[in-house]
Design a protein around this ligand. Structure first.
Ligand code: SF4
Length: 355
């Protein structure tokens, strides 16, 4: 590691999906990686104060994290422009334009590392990483390639751990410190739900009001986009007659559609940010299909004013309803199991009468 070389990563937006790669890559280049603190109300307020009020919560939070890094004395900050993650698979305009937003709203001078990922335009991961390294003054191609390998290794370890059911933050911690362990996902619980939501909403404990822990305490098994492979999510989207357009669609439409098929869950929770255009389209699609399949769904919308009490009340009411519904369905099924004997008696009687 180069002495004194530090790069700051805001704990927001792409951090939640990509941090293990970012960590492996920048530490492979010889940098100390500094992450902003966990999201707090104070941090959100600092971000909100810099942007117009109708900006979505995750962007306000992102701005707050950049300010937090500056306050920690970090003056080189990674703010990537993630335009498209596949051919014509796009991020929303705010994620695409993050460097521009930060340049315009954070009124302090610092060194912004802002590589572009735009697979639609042929700017893939190699060009993204080379761009980032060049902006840091590194041109050694072998070093860049080996740092990318380290990035992939850290990322793949994280993904395997998270998919096995290890909580998101713990999987990140393990991956960056070189630890590896797996968990058994096949634990049976009385109720199960899938949450469709962006990683940056779902795994940020302050933004999500700790929804994952709350559901765990209620004895509910929770699935997220992390538990579905990319291939399964894409084919689930196709199976409901849709096509993938948004970069985060696999975590939203893909995850919900996957678990909706064959009724693998008792209910669907959509966790969305107020004022988010892509979320409203994806949630509408899933609501339509969930209605057709008679699977209960609740939409929990969050912004910086969302109160925890109201949020918890809605969540508990939904889980209560799922629980009552399941008991009713189970007692009906148990009752139906007794019916075939009666039906066959009747049939037999009819046959005898005809004879
Ligand atoms: S996808 Fe929605 S929530 Fe995410 S940054 Fe864009 S507008 Fe905000």
């Amino acid at each position: 590691m180069l002495k004194g070389k530090r790069i700051g990563i805001p704990r927001a937006i792409s951090y939640y999906n990509n941090y293990p790669f970012y960590y492996g890559f920048f530490s492979g280049l010889g940098f100390e990686v500094v992450v902003s603190d966990k999201t707090t109300s104070g941090l959100i307020n600092k971000g909100s104060a810099c942007v117009v009020s109708d900006t979505c919560l995750p962007i306000k939070v992102y701005v707050g994290h950049v300010i937090n890094l500056l306050e920690k004395g970090c003056d080189t900050i990674f703010v990537p422009s993630l335009q498209s993650t596949g051919h014509k698979i796009n991020n929303c305009s705010k994620v695409r334009g993050l460097p521009e937003i930060i340049r315009n709203v954070v009124n302090r001078s610092f060194n912004m590392i802002e590589p572009t990922l735009d697979k639609t335009e042929g700017l893939g991961l190699k060009s993204f990483c080379t761009d980032a390294a060049n902006q840091l003054g590194i041109y050694d191609e072998d070093l860049i390639s080996s740092a990318m390998k380290k990035g992939w290794q850290t990322y793949n370890n994280f993904l395997q751990m998270a998919k096995s059911g290890i909580p998101h933050q713990e999987a990140i911690k393990n991956a960056v410190s070189g630890r590896f362990s797996l968990k058994n996902m096949d634990v049976v619980k009385p109720l199960s739900v899938v949450i469709m939501g962006h990683g940056y909403n779902l795994f940020d404990e302050r933004i999500s009001m700790n929804i994952l822990k709350k559901l765990e305490k209620m004895g509910v098994k929770v699935y997220t986009g992390l538990n579905v492979s990319k291939e399964d999510a894409i084919s689930a989207i196709h199976n409901i007659g849709e096509i993938q357009y948004w970069a985060n669609e696999l975590d939203l439409t893909g995850a919900a559609a996957y678990y909706m098929q064959n009724r693998r869950v008792d209910g669907i929770i959509a966790l969305t940010a107020f004022g988010c255009g892509p979320d409203s389209l994806m949630v509408d699609e899933i609501q339509y299909h969930a209605r057709n399949k008679n699977i209960p769904m609740v939409v929990l919308t969050i912004d910086e004013h969302t109160g925890e009490a109201g949020f918890v009340t809605r969540l508990e009411a939904f889980i209560d309803m799922l629980s009552r519904r399941k008991k009713k369905l189970m007692s009906k099924t148990a009752h139906l199991k007794l019916l075939p004997e009666k039906t066959s008696e009747k049939k037999e009687t009819k046959v005898l009468t005809r004879a």
